[in-house]
Design a binder for this molecule. Structure first.
Ligand code: PMP
Length: 450
């Protein structure tokens, strides 16, 4: 195992630490919600390649579609017409409300957000962009400027890695993940997290107004929001916040962008798209992750008006919308529908939230349980009074213990204090029970040692 790790580090060094760095998992094979390591140990995968493998690893229907297409046609670039692109785009468009009907295909979420930013600037003629604290929108040079979580940034200036809210490129003055301990509005009962997702609506709106009024040019190109923050730790907005925010941004001439990279394709359970849970229709939607069930792909969906502004320039990418990706993605949409994966997501997700809330009431180090469908965050704190984020060592101990008991989950939040549960949408109630038992045991083990 150590040899394999050294080989990997030599040929493919990572800036991000491998999860479970105390003892990495050497994944070898996957099927539906399960992964196997090189020794044959089976894991219940509740992170699904970071919320990506939505239908399940090597899902038989998606795999069969890919196999068939592998023998037919892989790649042409999109300067030729082929039926696979438009068949897929028509299908995807049918899942979106008017006027979101124009689709561009990319290779990743970062590329989709880069392009969305470009489109917004071309369309509005404005430059400033607003994103949230706790946001993650990508790791490419431009998209990194939209991202707020420090762990995913490089310390260079000018909107690329800049944390200065006065940087001329991107503003991050908004809340959505800071110390709600400083906020007077919530009680422990409402919120015992270490982040600021529980501020009142007026405070959120106040922050937005301030940001709109103090941006460098005072001319907003775009407002980026994940309907439910992903890497930020399943941070939610107050109920009507996005609706009001969209109105304010549009009044100032900006366009509203919904990053659905994690929330799309039914993951929030109650809706197919995260924005539908906020009763808004964005001007641009960006997609990736679940779109290809693990096949690299991304997309932007926008309105004919914005597409017309974009058409004034020329945009080309070699792989975006290649026939193989389109066929896979098309089969993913069919699979979600045929297997009622969104409904399952709501069913199992709701159950998990109820059971996790019971554990929160039992253990004071579980500060908060939040999320929607199978997009769940469990925030760990030192105690209910200080609400300080649980230390990285403690988080790591619990995390590794859960893995040793056969379950893989994720970590996130501004301080790495939030466990993230984003499995394939095919998991069962039995899987949920298994995880709850394992999580309970891991916290019990930690408390005993403490
Ligand atoms: N937006 C969100 C909300 C994400 O979670 C991610 C990836 N974690 C991205 C964008 C970037 O996607 P990719 O890694 O495919 O570039």
């Amino acid at each position: 195992e150590r040899m394999m790790e050294i080989r990997r580090l030599n040929c493919n060094p990572m800036t991000m630490k491998v999860t479970y760095y105390k003892k990495p998992v050497f994944v070898h094979q996957g099927y539906m919600q399960w992964l196997w390591d090189v020794d044959g140990k089976r894991y219940l995968d509740l992170f699904a390649g970071v919320a990506t493998v939505i239908a399940g690893h090597c899902h038989p229907k998606v795999t069969a579609a890919a196999e068939q297409q592998l023998k037919r046609l892989w790649h042409t670039t999109n300067i030729y017409v082929n039926p696979f692109i438009h068949e897929y785009c028509e299908k995807l468009a049918s899942y979106l409300p008017d006027p979101l009907k124009v689709i561009y295909l990319t290779n990743s979420g970062s590329e989709a957000n880069d392009l969305a930013m470009l489109m917004a600037r071309l369309h509005t003629g404005n430059y400033d962009i607003i994103t949230f604290r706790g946001s993650y929108h990508g790791g490419s040079t431009s998209a990194m400027g939209l991202t707020s979580v420090e762990a995913y940034k490089f310390p260079i200036a000018n909107g690329i890695g800049c944390t200065n809210t006065m940087c001329p490129d991107v503003f991050r003055g908004l809340w959505g993940g800071s110390h709600c301990r400083d906020s007077p509005v919530q009680t422990i009962r409402e919120c015992s997290c270490a982040q600021g997702h529980c501020m009142a609506q007026e405070q959120y709106i106040g922050q937005l107004q301030e940001t709109l009024a103090t941006s460098v040019s005072r001319r907003i190109a775009a407002f980026f929001a994940e309907p439910l923050q992903g890497i930020g730790g399943a941070v939610q907005y107050p109920k009507n916040y996005l609706k009001e925010a969209y109105k304010l941004v549009r009044e100032r001439g900006g366009v509203c962008i919904s990053d659905e990279v994690q929330t799309g394709f039914g993951r929030t359970g109650s809706h197919f798209w995260g924005f539908q849970g906020h009763d808004v229709i964005p001007d641009i939607v960006t997609l990736a992750k679940g779109i290809g069930n693990g096949f690299p792909m991304g997309a932007i969906v926008t309105t004919p008006e914005i597409a017309a502004s974009f058409a004034k320039g020329a945009h080309f990418n070699t792989f975006g919308g290649n026939p193989l990706a389109c066929v896979v993605a098309s089969s993913v949409l069919d699979t979600i529908q045929e297997n009622s994966l969104q409904q399952n997501c709501l069913h199992v997700g709701t159950y998990l939230m109820i059971e996790l809330a019971k554990l929160r009431d039992k253990y004071e180090i579980i500060g908060d349980v939040r999320g929607k469908g199978l997009h769940i965050g469990v925030e760990m704190v030192e105690d209910r009074v200080s609400r300080a984020p649980l230390s990285p060592q403690a988080i790591s101990e619990i995390f590794e213990d859960i893995k040793d008991m056969g379950v893989l989950i994720g970590k996130g939040g501004m301080y790495g204090q939030t466990f993230r549960i984003k499995p394939s949408m095919c998991i069962t109630m039995e899987d949920a029970d298994f995880f709850i038992a394992v999580f309970n045991k891991s916290i019990h083990n930690y408390m005993e040692k403490k």
